[in-house]
Design a protein around this ligand. Structure first.
Ligand SMILES: Cc1cc2nc3c(=O)[nH]c(=O)nc-3n(C[C@H](O)[C@H](O)[C@H](O)COP(=O)(O)OP(=O)(O)OC[C@H]3O[C@@H](n4cnc5c(N)ncnc54)[C@H](O)[C@@H]3O)c2cc1C
Length: 500
């Protein structure tokens, strides 16, 4: 088995992982592991609408914080939100200085788009391909700063209570990476659902790596469903129709052409995502952009327009069917304000982490902001800590041969997950998850990344169902049929699970 020693191991090369890498001191050796094509996997390159930062003349970090907390449905962590909103502008300006091609106004200032839940325009964007622009900049700048390994981290190592690295499955077999500090930046879990906007690798690996190592997870009952994913095609991956379209004036209508969202919330199309998603899920719904200036649509949303055209429809001329799809995970590896997990020398940043910023419901464009702000903070915390020696790893996990139909396992996992943890949650169905996925959750590690993802997904979905059953109320991205309203006794109560 190949053995590598490094100062810092970063698992996940999305916006969080690469922005953190750029903020580590140059004298440190940094290894970045990613199971997709480096910088091309994960959700970051797919982000459309923007990155939220209080940069407009009518905006302020306080207003951004107030919006974030309001949308978080009484569950946001005020300290984390304050950090996010006060540091996001600096991170965005840093990206602009690194050369990120954000859209500009004629006077050269950054153009800001308005999305759901934002009381003013606040999303800095690069037309409708913001994530691609950010990732192209970060990949370019990180290229000569890090050693890259293509492979999937299968297990972390904890020696003497500290994280000392992990084992990575590559094309050439298992590689042991011993590190002074390890950073999980592995993204979300959307691919565990039958219908998602996320890439196929968003399978919750990092959350399970951390949990198996003994770290705490929090808020894992809260999943965000994006209200407007294109309801066409056979694939479980759905094309996202960015919320910025509704910010630009798009309507959501029912089969009679009626705008029905105002019956659910006074902000109509720009109401918080959980409200809009539940309303859209309750009937056949269409996005109507036909009244918007075609030139504006072509200029600001070229990628979404092109994506919809591949399905034979045109946003400029046609009503386009939409339904919600799993989009973002508010829960994750619980961290402090510098990305520290409950295990020394193990950090978590970006979507796999849980800083408490999003509460029970994420405000539009706050996730890229979180990835940047807390990625940078974790890097600074790592730089400021005493490095200590690189410790060895324990014995590598054995890889076994198992006779299992992985594809059939995935179909089952997604059906169970969506049935139990979707937009409306039924207690009996949630209670059946543990038994329905037991065989997948106890699979041994094999030499297959897809089987490892399946195993991780099953472990995580079982944990999520257990926690979701405990929260006997509805709040944000957790909506129960038997407890359909928020319960003030649950406000601010954060459920945490850990193995130790
Ligand atoms: C279609 C779409 C549009 C979006 N639009 C916006 C938007 O406009 N604004 C916004 O703020 N947010 C948006 N989001 C959400 C946002 O993109 C993500 O929350 C954010 O990019 C997450 O960044 P990350 O670095 O934490 O994770 P990711 O970018 O998902 O990166 C995680 C990386 O970890 C790797 N990985 C995972 N597990 C392993 C493992 N076991 N071993 C090795 N590598 C591993 C993956 O391959 C991946 O490259 C959008 C999401 C989607 C899907």
């Amino acid at each position: 088995m190949e053995r590598i020693k490094t100062d810092i191991l970063i698992i996940g090369a999305g916006a969080a992982g690469l922005f953190a890498a750029l903020h580590l001191p140059r004298e440190l050796d940094v290894v970045v592991v990613d199971k997709g094509k480096l910088g091309g996997g994960g959700s970051s390159p797919w982000a459309q609408g923007g990155v939220a930062a209080a940069l407009g003349p009518d905006d302020s970090p306080d207003l951004h914080a107030a919006d974030t907390l309001r949308v978080a449905a009484g569950h946001g962590d005020v300290s984390a939100v304050t950090v996010l909103c006060s540091e996001a502008p600096e991170c965005v300006m840093e990206l602009a200085e690194l050369g990120c091609d954000f859209a500009r106004n004629e006077d050269g200032s950054l153009h800001l788009a308005r999305e759901g839940g934002q009381s003013v325009a606040r999303s800095v964007h690069s037309d409708d391909a913001t994530g691609a622009a950010i990732m192209s900049t970060l990949r370019d700048k990180a290229r000569d700063r890090v050693t890259r390994i293509e492979g999937s981290c299968l297990q972390l190592c904890v020696v003497g209570g500290r994280c000392t690295g992990g084992w990575v499955l590559t094309e050439d077999g298992l590689v042991e990476v011993a590190a002074r500090s390890t950073v999980l930046a592995t993204g979300g879990i959307g691919a565990l659902f039958t219908s998602t906007t996320n890439p196929v690798g968003a399978t919750g690996d990092g959350q399970v790596l951390a949990w198996e190592a003994g770290a705490g997870l929090a808020d894992i009952e809260f999943v965000q469903f994006h209200p407007t994913a294109l309801a066409l095609g056979d694939s479980h991956q759905r094309l996202l129709l960015t919320e910025a379209l509704r910010g630009a004036g798009a309507h959501v209508v029912d089969s009679e052409g009626r705008r029905f969202l105002f019956e659910h919330h006074s902000d109509g199309e720009l109401a918080p995502r959980d409200v809009v998603a539940r309303a859209i899920a309750s009937r056949h719904s269409w996005l109507d952009c036909r009244h918007i200036d075609p030139a504006l649509l072509e200029e600001e949303f070229p990628n979404v327009l092109a994506g919809v055209r591949t399905y034979g429809l045109d946003l400029i001329k046609d009503l386009v069917p939409v339904q919600p799809a799993a989009h973002y995970f508010m829960g994750g590896i619980q961290t402090d304000l510098d990305g520290r997990s409950s295990i020394p020398r193990l950090y978590a940043i970006g979507e796999c982490s849980n800083t408490g910023v999003h509460g029970a419901n994420r405000l539009a464009s706050n996730s890229l902001a979180e990835a940047l702000v807390f990625g940078r903070r974790a890097a600074k915390a790592i730089a400021g800590q005493r490095m200590g020696p690189t410790k060895g790893l324990a014995a590598a996990p054995p890889l076994q041969e198992v006779d299992i139909d992985v594809d059939a396992g995935w179909v089952r996992l997604r059906e169970v997950c969506s049935g139990a943890l979707g937009i409306q949650r039924d207690p009996k169905v949630m209670a059946s998850v543990a038994g329905a996925l037991e065989d997948l959750a106890i699979l041994p590690l094999t030499g297959s990344t897809r089987a490892a993802e399946l195993r991780a997904g099953a472990i995580l979905v079982r944990l999520m169902a257990r926690v979701a059953l405990l929260r006997t109320e509805s709040r944000g991205g957790h909506h129960r049929t038997d407890y359909p309203s928020p319960d003030p006794d649950w406000a601010g109560v954060r459920l945490r699970v850990s193995r130790s």
